[in-house]
Design a protein around this ligand. Structure first.
Ligand code: NAD
Length: 549
């Protein structure tokens, strides 16, 4: 594949309806070079998260979506189109299952064996489900996480604090901007200079230092002046973090977003960038051992900062789990970000709600931004985010927006967007979806369901119910994945995307999907015994048979 892929823009359909044009454009958008990390390999983000299994599958999906009828459903099995079945107009137009393995077989070596045979692919969360919107997708979550951390620990702002982290990939690239949006200083370690340059170009990162001494000088100056600044340094986190600790640099917050969930996507110490992928492919077991050893050293340094009083957390990449396998006994001394900062939001059915303008016109997103501000005038943090995002987020691919909305809110936004499509305020339909990292759509004991109040961390019925509920409620495409975020054997999660094409039927579907999908978050957290979720259920009339029983 040599010609870059880009989603069609404008109102001219290439498929038979918007219901099928939308997944086609979003599949293409996932592989737009502005959006995807390695489009030539079909890799969208998160190490090896792919949009389709191989190029013949990609082309076949495109052909099928172009001709699919309004009462047909395309089935995608780990990135390969395997059938078209007669369904009905309320049914999803696409159903996807990616990377799922029977639990006893759910490990990286077995996955890789099957992958090498061409039988599966790694779908991450929004790569294989065609609703990745570039780094903005995680920016809001990262911004919320740092905002909550600042509230809990630093009186509401990161001003005058230094955050050290690593990884400037598709997700990790959001970290520097999320820190500076909270007025803090960020030092980000990245081993691949191309990744760092890309974040500079898209304005997620302010500066690239010449070397570590230069980086330390810049961030300490900014910290002392209480000036927001983000600086990247090229190097290996497993070397730089211990060095920062040794030098006694005053670090206030430490986290990480290297692709630690997959030991082959984390660069061990002592291996050159150029040799990385060849070595990993030829000797995966040896590489895995070296990678885990390095992660153990990396996490040892994080614990050193923890002991010195810094706020340290795992940002959902399984770094603690892998470091523990590498011999770091204290790996779990610091918490994951969900129990530390995000769970109260999940109790309200809140999570990363997002939409993309199929027109390709940024004016459509500006109009939806205004609509969100009008719909929720009392929500100050939402208003602050929408304003900052409008000013500072460079779109990648189709213009898109993300904001965290909860149960009782999301459907209002969706219905308003659908009206705006119908009235011509928006120049073409929008798709409305979310990350799989949501309140009621994921079982992931190292991340979203870490430390649940009732110990139900590993119960995976919830994401399956979530996918079934979205299918029954009229979503346009629904997916069930395994292993996203934290790697094989460690998570099961589901996603939905719904098209707002301005028709009354779309309005009915949107109302149900965007009510029922976040309701799963409320149900999940009531069931686990969270008082905040019970309050939300009582206030907003969510029917829960066993509540209070
Ligand atoms: P990515 O593969 O696009 O980027 C990872 C980056 O880490 C790359 O740029 C790579 O060069 C760099 N890197 C690898 N080893 C390194 C080392 N030793 N030192 C310095 N840099 C190193 O992945 P991504 O999409 O940015 O995701 C990062 C991680 O976050 C993944 O594990 C992913 O599963 C996880 N994730 C977390 C969330 C969340 O909400 N917290 C959401 C999605 C994904």
């Amino acid at each position: 594949m040599t010609k870059p892929i880009r989603a069609a823009r404008g109102t001219q359909l290439t498929a038979r309806s918007w219901a099928t044009e939308a997944p086609l454009r979003m599949l293409h958008n996932n592989l737009d070079p502005e959006v995807a990390e390695r489009p030539e390999d079909l890799v969208v983000y998160g190490g090896t998260g792919k949009a389709a299994r191989d190029w013949p599958s990609f082309h076949a999906i495109g052909r099928e979506l172009s001709t699919l009828g309004g009462d047909e459903t395309l089935l995608v099995q780990s990135g390969r189109p395997v059938g078209v079945l007669r369904t009905h107009e309320w049914a999803p137009r696409v159903l996807l299952a990616n990377s799922n393995l029977v639990p006893d077989w759910a490990n990286w070596p077995e996955f890789r064996r099957l992958d090498a045979l061409g039988l599966t692919m790694y779908g991450q969360m929004t790569a294989g489900s065609w609703i990745y919107i570039g780094t903005q997708g995680i920016l809001q979550g990262t911004y919320e996480t740092f905002a909550e951390l600042a509230k809990q620990r630093f009186g509401g702002s990161l001003a005058g604090t230094l955050t050290v982290t690593a990884g400037l990939g598709g997700m990790g690239g959001a970290q520097p901007l999320a820190v500076t949006m909270n007025d803090g200083v960020a030092l980000v370690v990245e081993c691949d200079p191309h990744r760092a340059k890309r974040r500079l170009e898209t304005r997620y990162l302010d500066e690239l230092a010449d070397d570590l001494d230069d980086a330390i000088r810049r961030v300490i100056d900014a910290k002392r002046a209480r000036r927001a600044l983000s600086v990247a340094v090229i190097g290996n986190a497993a070397e730089i973090l211990p060095e920062l600790l040794r030098r006694g640099v005053e670090v206030d917050v430490v986290t990480d977003q290297t692709s630690a969930h997959d030991p082959l996507a984390y660069l061990p110490k002592g291996i050159e960038m150029d040799d990385w992928h060849d070595y990993a492919e030829k000797k995966p077991d040896e590489f895995t051992d070296r990678s885990r050893d390095s992660m153990a050293e990396h996490v040892d340094a994080m614990i050193g900062f923890l002991d010195a009083g810094a706020e340290v957390f795992d940002y959902g990449n399984s770094l603690r789990g892998e470091a523990k396998l590498g011999g770091c006994e204290r790996a779990f001394d610091f918490p994951g970000f969900v129990p530390a900062y995000i769970r109260p939001l999940f109790c309200e059915g809140k999570g990363p709600f997002r939409w993309a303008a199929l027109s390709g016109d940024p004016a459509d997103i500006a109009a939806t931004d205004r609509a969100i501000l009008e719909l929720f005038p009392e929500n100050e943090s939402l208003a602050r985010w929408i304003k900052l995002a409008g000013e500072r987020v460079a779109f990648q691919g189709l213009p898109a927006r993300i904001c965290w909305l909860g149960y009782g809110e999301r459907h209002l936004a969706g219905l308003r967007f659908n009206e705006m499509v119908a009235s011509g305020e928006l120049s073409a339909p929008v798709v409305i979806g979310r990350d799989h990292l949501d309140c009621g759509s994921v079982a992931s004991p190292y991340r979203e369901t870490e430390g649940m109040a009732d110990g139900s961390d590993a119960i995976a019925d919830w994401p399956l119910l979530n996918a079934l509920v979205n299918t029954a409620s009229g979503a346009s495409w629904v997916s069930i994945h395994h292993g996203g975020g934290v790697g094989m054997g460690r998570s099961i999660h589901a996603g939905q995307v719904t098209v707002a094409d301005g028709t009354p039927l779309a309005g009915q579907k949107i109302e149900r999907v965007l009510t029922n999908d976040p309701a799963m978050g409320v149900l999940r957290h009531v069931d686990a015994g969270y008082e905040r979720a019970e309050q939300v259920a009582a206030e907003r009339d969510v029917r829960i048979p066993m509540m209070g029983v």
